[in-house]
Design a protein around this ligand. Structure first.
Ligand code: ADP
Length: 485
């Protein structure tokens, strides 16, 4: 069992109180994916607890303080995340399995969202006067908080994902009801402990319910008092939420699945492209929505580039994220492991060649969740690893001939989240970028989202943006006041 001074309560949090038992009395376990050991037993909550949290959040609306006080909350969070970085990172590392240094980096990343919104919120939320006078009216546009926000987060960035939602929600003045992923609730509980102790929040301003995704999600979606939902997760669940939200016409911000193309043109700096690919692909063990999923390499450089990638992949160290110098941790659960396994088997059965990693016949998720970093060449677009997001440490290399082919294959997916392109000729690369239907397109970099820049998907990858002023506006409604006096 996990011991931490930030986990005095292994509990939900409703109306300013820790709630350590679910109404049903049921509990569920949190595991360390590196060794299968139980870290904690958490209450398994459902619709009734969610309703109480929503009621408390609704009542808190009357007590939401002005923008200056809210900015101080965000500043306090930056300070707390900085001071508690090591311990939060440790909890994160234990329940997610990602390498220690990545877990520590994620805490910094989370702090950057609180910092960015603290620095920019007052200007962004200031009423706007319209210069032009129409019909002898002066116009003022107020930026009003939408109301109670439901925030649903996945397990792959246990602190990063909540930071990019809760920082703008609190900045905008929205009380929140949060549902963390069942796999990784402990980092969130630690964050609540910090906010409980350090921030002078009105009761009901922040609420945490965990347990049944279906029942908690169902209540958040069907409750009139939650007008805005921010969700990060799979496209399937996102589609369900859209359906469930229709009765009350909620504002939805959905960051869903991806199928990122990583295009390497024949004039690219190959060493830099290979380095960026490794850093991008193996972050979180390949379990991020911005990880390159399909690697398109122009025929002239295909063999050379593949070899460079294979050499780097073979040097990666796999193990428990808590151990020193680990590059790749375990997959989050058996289903995650089995999906990668299935994609590799499918590709090999259709003619791909395994050039780094182990043959799937040697691997079994019942033994452990460490999937060896794997490279396959001779990949074609009909294989499962190109059609679906693998979400694991697999690098499938696809050969292409012309720029038009790269564009056509890159866009040959319903998803549109992240994409990457490497090539020295800017004009040539930008011609492709301008036609790629992806919300994020790294040019000569595998860098993902950042606090100051809007990030989000097109098509089946979602609606709305996180980060930047756009991320704040997801929690804000413009109210237009023409004044004829
Ligand atoms: P992932 O594959 O990343 O786990 P999911 O979409 O399954 O993606 O999960 C993302 C988040 O959505 C998690 O917090 C999960 O518990 C939650 N979730 C899963 N099913 C539902 C649902 N029916 N309603 C609301 N939230 C859900």
């Amino acid at each position: 069992m996990i011991e931490s001074y930030l986990l005095k309560n292994i509990a939900g949090y409703i109306d300013g109180q820790w709630v350590d038992k679910a109404d049903s009395g049921e509990t569920t376990e949190v595991f360390n994916p590196a060794n299968g050991k139980t870290l904690a037993e958490i209450p398994y909550m459902a619709a009734d607890e969610t309703r109480r949290a929503i009621d408390a959040a609704k009542a808190a609306r009357a007590n939401v303080p002005d923008v200056k006080t809210r900015r101080e909350w965000l500043e306090d969070c930056v300070e707390a995340l900085t001071e508690e970085k090591e311990e939060i990172g440790r909890i994160l590392c234990l329940e997610h399995g990602k390498p220690w240094k990545e877990a520590q980096g994620e805490v910094d990343y989370a702090a950057s969202f609180f910092r960015y919104y603290a620095e920019t919120m007052e200007d962004a939320l200031a009423p706007q006067k319209l210069e032009e006078e129409a019909k002898n009216c002066k116009w003022t546009i107020y930026k009003r908080s939408i109301g109670v926000a439901g925030l649903i987060t996945p397990w792959n960035f246990p602190i990063g994902m909540i930071a990019k939602k809760i920082a703008p929600a609190l900045a905008a003045g929205c009380p929140v009801v949060i549902k963390p992923a069942t796999e990784t609730p402990l980092t969130m509980i630690a964050m609540f402990q910090i906010m409980h102790e350090r921030l002078d929040l009105p009761k009901g301003m922040i609420n945490l319910v965990m347990g049944s995704s279906k029942d908690i999600g169902g209540e958040l979606m069907s409750n009139f008092d939650v007008p805005v939902i921010s969700f990060t997760g799979s496209t399937g669940v996102g589609q369900l939420l859209v359906e469930q939200s229709k009765d009350h016409v909620k504002k939805l911000s959905l960051e869903l699945g991806g199928n990122a193309p990583f295009i390497v043109l024949d004039d690219a700096d190959l060493e830099s492209a290979a380095e960026n690919l490794i850093a991008n692909k193996f972050r979180g063990g390949g379990q991020t929505c911005v990880c390159a999923n399909r690697i398109f390499v122009q025929s002239k450089i295909y063999d050379k580039f593949s070899k460079m990638v294979v050499d780097k992949v073979k040097a990666l160290k796999v193990g428990d994220g808590m151990d020193e110098d680990i590059d790749v941790g375990p997959l989050i659960n058996k289903a995650g492991f089995d999906k990668v396994h299935d994609h590799v088997k499918d590709a090999l059965s259709k003619g791909a060649e395994l050039v780094a990693g182990k043959h799937p016949d040697e691997l079994d998720s019942d033994k452990n969740l460490f999937y060896p970093p794997t490279v396959i060449t001779g990949v074609t677009h009909d294989m499962k690893c190109c059609q679906e997001e693998t979400f694991g440490p697999l690098v499938p290399m696809i050969k292409f001939e012309t720029d038009e082919d790269a564009l056509k294959m890159g866009n040959d997916t319903v998803f549109g989240l992240a994409s990457y392109i490497f090539g020295k000729d800017e004009k040539r690369a930008h011609k492709i970028i301008s036609n790629l239907h992806f919300g994020h397109c790294g040019y000569n970099t595998g860098t993902g989202p950042a606090a100051h820049a809007p990030f989000g998907g097109m098509l089946h990858s979602g609606v709305g943006r996180e980060g930047g002023e756009e991320g704040l506006m997801e929690f804000v409604e413009a109210q237009t006041v023409p004044d004829g006096s």
